[in-house]
Every structure is written in C-alpha cells, then in structure tokens.
Write a new protein. Structure first.
Length: 266
C-alpha cells in the first residue's frame, strides 16, 4: 500500500497546558457521574444564609445601620466553596484503583496531575457561587462595586477555595484514605466559626475577639463584605488577598511535597 493510501493519524499536541486540560476535563466529567458529591455545596450555604438572616436580621439591624443580608452573603459563599467540592476524593479513588500508577507510566507531566484537578475545582467554585449570588440578589443584596465587583468577589472566593483544597490534596496524596480526606473539612469549622461570622469584629469580646484577629478567614470576610457594601476599599481587599495567600502558600506547599513523595514511590 502506498503512503498516499494510508490514513493520516495526528497525535495530540503535547505540552503542560494540554495535560492540565485533559486532567481537568476528566475531573469535571466525574462530577457529572457523581453529582451527589457536590450537591451539599449548593444546599448547605443556601440553608445557612436563609436561617441566619431569618433568625438574626431584625436583632442585629436594630442596633445600627448594618445590612445583615449583605453581611451574611460572604459567609454563604465561603461555605459553598470550601471542602466538599474538592476533587481530592477522586484522586484517592485513582490511587487506590491503580489508575494514578498507570498515569505515572505515561508522558503526562506530574505537576499537571495536581494542577488539572485544581482547575476543575475552580470551575466548580464559580458554578457554586452562582446560586448563592442569585439568592442574594433576590433578597435585595446589591454590590456597591457593580459587575466588576462581582467578578472580583467570585475570584477571591475561588482563590480561597483553591487554597483550602490544597490541604485535601495533601492528605489524599499522603494517605490515599477517603475518610482522612473527608475529615479535612473539620479544619475549616473552627476557621469559620472563630470569625466575625454572625456579628462585626468590633462587637466581639474576650478571647473570641483575639482569636478572630489572627484568623485569615476574618480578613477574607472583611474584604468580601467591603466589596458588597463599601466599594473599592483597597486596604480591606488587600488584607483579604494577603491572608488567603498565606493559606494558599502553606496548603499548596504541602500538596506539592505530598505529590513528590507519591511520585517517588513509582
């Protein structure tokens, strides 16, 4: 058979971006096959937003001019994007089934195995933010910063979601244990509740006030709230970015070290 008679086969263009894209697409397809894994990410924040505003709005607003619905919306967003949405459990399944080991025998970049899953997480964060924002708009919350503020708001929430997911991936790569990964969400509970979650920071007293001042989530909440109710208050926004960056650096460093350790075993 002549060369002109042969079917032309074009190999996939290599590169880090293509590897990341392939891993991310696979992770997102797994969400479609297992939607119950992320359903709590929709329901829980909407439930807490509704309950908190319904129970405390009149009490809190009676003491000043605070818009409690706008005050609680960032809390709902952070609860939506933290923990359960991470594809770390998918990574555990891949390790335990041997799929991760088979990937080690392919030319795929090792770092792409982690970054691709995180890209999928960011896509999920954006998707989970939408219903919370829609609910906020439906009950009268308006952004002083307009549409650009909404974009920055979601981006900052996604940055936090990425940072916290790093802990889940570190545990997944280190232990390959689904129960251990699921328990990582317990780290978030004190980080969330030891903050000005229900009342402003200046209204907190005693040891709670002291702890809240050293909690990075406090400054994340402050920056998100300022974007909604104040405007482009750069000092508050930068504090939020810097505090989340500390979490991102720590968690991603742990995840990368765990990835290095996992890869070195194969």
């Amino acid at each position: 058979m002549t060369a002109t008679g042969l079917a032309q086969v074009q190999a996939r263009t290599g590169g880090f971006a293509n590897d990341v894209s392939a891993i991310a697409r696979r992770a997102l397809r797994s969400v479609l096959r297992d939607p119950e894994a992320v359903i709590p990410g929709f329901i829980i924040p909407l439930f807490f937003f509704t309950v908190n505003t319904g129970a405390l709005q009149n009490f809190v607003e009676a003491g000043g001019d605070l818009d409690y619905k706008a005050f609680q919306l960032p809390v709902a967003i952070i609860m939506a994007v933290t923990g359960p949405l991470s594809r770390a459990l998918t990574l555990v399944e891949d390790i335990r089934s041997g799929y991760f080991e088979r990937l080690m025998m392919t030319p795929v970049r090792r770092l792409a195995l982690l970054i691709g899953l995180m890209v999928a997480d960011i896509a999920l964060v954006i998707a989970l933010s939408v219903p919370v924002l829609v609910l906020g708009y439906a009950v009268g919350v308006r952004f002083e910063t307009g549409v650009s503020g909404i974009i920055v708001f979601v981006a900052l929430a996604a940055y936090w979601g990425l940072g916290f997911a790093g802990f889940s991936y570190a545990i997944a790569l280190k232990t390959a244990n689904a129960a251990a990964v699921s328990s990582s969400f317990m780290v978030f509970l004190p980080m969330m509740f030891l903050t000005p979650m229900f009342i402003p920071l200046e209204a907190m007293t005693g040891w709670m006030s002291t702890v809240a001042q050293y909690n990075p989530v406090t400054y994340l909440l402050g920056s998100l709230r300022s974007i909604i109710t104040v405007g482009w208050e750069l000092d508050a926004i930068l504090k939020g970015i810097l505090s989340v960056s500390v979490v991102v650096v720590v968690s991603l460093s742990m995840a990368l070290l765990a990835l290095k350790g996992r890869v070195s075993r194969h």
